[in-house]
Ligand binder design. Sequence first.
Ligand code: FES
Length: 89
Amino acid sequence: MIDSIKYKIQICCGTMCYIMGGAELHLLNDHLPSNLKDKVSIEGIPCIGKCDTKEKHHPCVKINGEELNNATSQKIVKQLLTLENNDLL
Ligand code: FES
C-alpha cells in the first residue's frame, strides 16, 4: 500500500450490488475532491454477504473495513470528508 493512502474503499462487485448501482461507483475517482484523490485506494471485492437478508442494502461498500450500505458516490465522499475532518481536529 502506498504511504499516502489513508482510506481503502472496497466496492462490492457481486451481481446484486452491481445492478443496484454499484456499477457507477467504479467512477468514484471522478467524484473525489482533489485533496482526497491521493489518499484513497479503490478496489472491487466479491459479494460481502448482504444478499442473504431481505433488507435492501445494495450497493454496499467498505471504507477502511466499515460497511456503508445503499452507497452512492455522494455518500462515500461525505463519509470520507467526515473522516478527514475528524482526523484534522
Ligand atoms: S452482491 Fe453485494 S452484498 Fe452481495
